[in-house]
Design a protein around this ligand. Sequence first.
Ligand code: GLC
Length: 790
Amino acid sequence: MFGRILGYEILDNKVKINFSNNIEAKVEIINSEIINFFVPIFKKEQKSKAIENLKCVETKFTVESLDNFINIKTNTLEIKIYDEFKVDIYNNQGKLICADYREERNPYVKNTAGRIDIALQEGHKPNEHQEYKVFIPKCMEDNMYFYGFGEKTGHLNKKGYHYKNWNTDDPSPHGETYDKLYKTIPFFITLKEEESFGIFFDNTFESDFDLGKENANYYYFAAVDGNIDYYFIYGPTIKKVIKGYTYLTGTTPLPQLWSLGYQQSRWAYCPDTNVYEIANKFREKDIPCDTIHLDIEYMDDFRVFTWDKEKFKNPTKMISDLKNDGFKIITIIDPGVKVDKGYKIYDEGLKNGYFATDKNGITYTNWVWPGHSVFPDFSNTEVRNWWANNQKIMMDYGVSGIWNDMNEPASFNGPLPNDIKFNEDGNIVDHKEIHNAYGHLMSKATYEGIKKETNKRPFVITRACYSGTQKYSTVWTGDNQSTWEHLRMSIPMLMNLGLSGLSFCGTDVGGFGFDTTKELLSRWVQVGAFTALFRNHTSIYTRDQEPWAFDKDTEDIYRKYVKLRYKLLPYIYDVFKSGEVTGLPLMRALLLEHQDDEETYEINDQFLVGENILVAPVVEQGKKARMVYLPRGSKWIDYWTKEILEGGQYIIKSAPLDTCPIYIKEGSIIPNYPDIKYVGEKDIDILTIDVYRGDKDTSSIHYQDNGEDFDYKDGKYNLYKFDMNNKESLEFDINITHNGYNKFYKGYEIIFNNFVAKEVLIDEKEVEFSVLSGNTIINVNETECKIVLN
Ligand code: GLC
């Protein structure tokens, strides 16, 4: 296709390479570790929906034309470009880490027994080997692992599998073989012998990843159309790859604190009396809850931005009453706008040409919840601004966040044809180019509208998305089912979402489709309590799955884990705050923190919360014990029994139904809140600090702000630094290293686990303390101090 290399030209940080077949490829040095490869085979312009305001870092690099290749060198990488735009990438020790595959595609042979269509009669379909316009094969190597890819079924490591990116709404059970879901995150991370790199394939068309399924000698990424446009992101640590990827596409911004609390949903709480009833029940049952979601039934015949005033007589009053009791209301808003003359949103959109059209310019309609519906053209800035301004309608009612659903976009009357037209700010583009970014663009509009209207950190949830959506929205994994298989699969799915930049993610706790069981719900809440988005949601026609829907035992277990979540809120918030800079998720695959421990590379059923808490939930019916792997390199403390265990071993942990095995890394300093019913119920004057002494000195930073708006960007926050020195005595220092928010803790309750003190000094003065079950507990009335335990 490309032909021979004719020459090159350097332009700022770009190397433009000319090939004999009249093709110009661009290699752009974003920084010494991130390289973009771009060839305009579809459109001249390089326009990304995921990357906004990309800043290239001034980077030293050299370019040389050698025998049969062009050699580009940064401090970290050596990139060799050959004829046919074949690319090989070496690390700075001269080791080849990513090589283009040069042979012809050679799919595995399918045994058809000489007959093609016999199996079709019973409904079996063969996998077609697709032809692509963009096809980038790379050499597969032994011991290679693949992670990321956003929301995909199956296991943590994707080697040997094939996945598709075409945002799809299909409520049938998503099994392991299901190759496409609601989201397109064309980004993956490879790991081999502790060295890692990532590839972000910035192409919104239908695309595929094949990780050695087609042929074990190569893996590929490919798309049916669009440009060659991909970023190579070097590690060698996975953390650095994620940092690089989120440098390009953005990190998850710090959310409002309440949105990290517990959220209750179902299709659908309706009418208003039902919403009050649910809210009251939470308070009566002493189960913390911050948020209640209103599904489509609150609308007037599913017209978005309206209320059914029969069922919700006075939404403003209802929302305000609930707010007084600490509840925030989230309302669902779908993209499909009901075709209905006289309905403001439809009339305005139609008058201004804001809806997608067919190829003749006629407004395109399909069928969604409201019946005949039209689809806002979110690729257009004016339409996005209009949609953003419409958020005011809901904000004026007092709604606290918006749930964007059905934005693949879903359509009940067959899929939107590929050639439906969108007007991307003057360029007419086809649905096939916009489809995978539709949900992303909708969330962006929603985020911007809420931000403008409230000046608070917007809370948006979306089902469909593209790379970069993390800047605007949280995500949930769509219509899962109340099955053990889906509970099991949610763990690698969420870990991979986290590795793909989407930190704020969760599944429908209890499962959406089918009826949950009390055992399944009890185990699911033990996972949900540690996922960033902690929402129980279920479908219409399914049995109730609120915490109290079964019996007292189930309710008690549920309460235990929701309370644990609230206890850990300051820790979770800290992880989010640092994630805003690092791009790292809350829920982490073990390998992210333990890349030097190969044993962690394929652990599907355990995860870390931040770097300090390891969770090993039970995800099988009837199981009362499980095997747990404790990563190498440190000791781990059983959260429930305080038993100290060596890392680098498998243990068997007994786990009756009310026990989720949890382990804390030695040296951890974990901030805890007291018992609260919801965020903001009371000022947190006394912070509890849960301390797990280790062999090494450790320190940690705790962050505090008003939990709501953007004041923190102007320095209105506090940072508390905790230092623990484990010498002859145990020393614990508390210092404020940033002082910008006017509410400080008045004191602390510090629990030194597994340490029996004989004497405690605070700022050299002896103080009283207590010892309980082998742990020393100290109450401190200072904001900054030095504590010594002998
Ligand atoms: C879709 C959503 C689900 C929602 C339902 C009704 O199936 O995925 O969460 O409850 O639509 O709005």
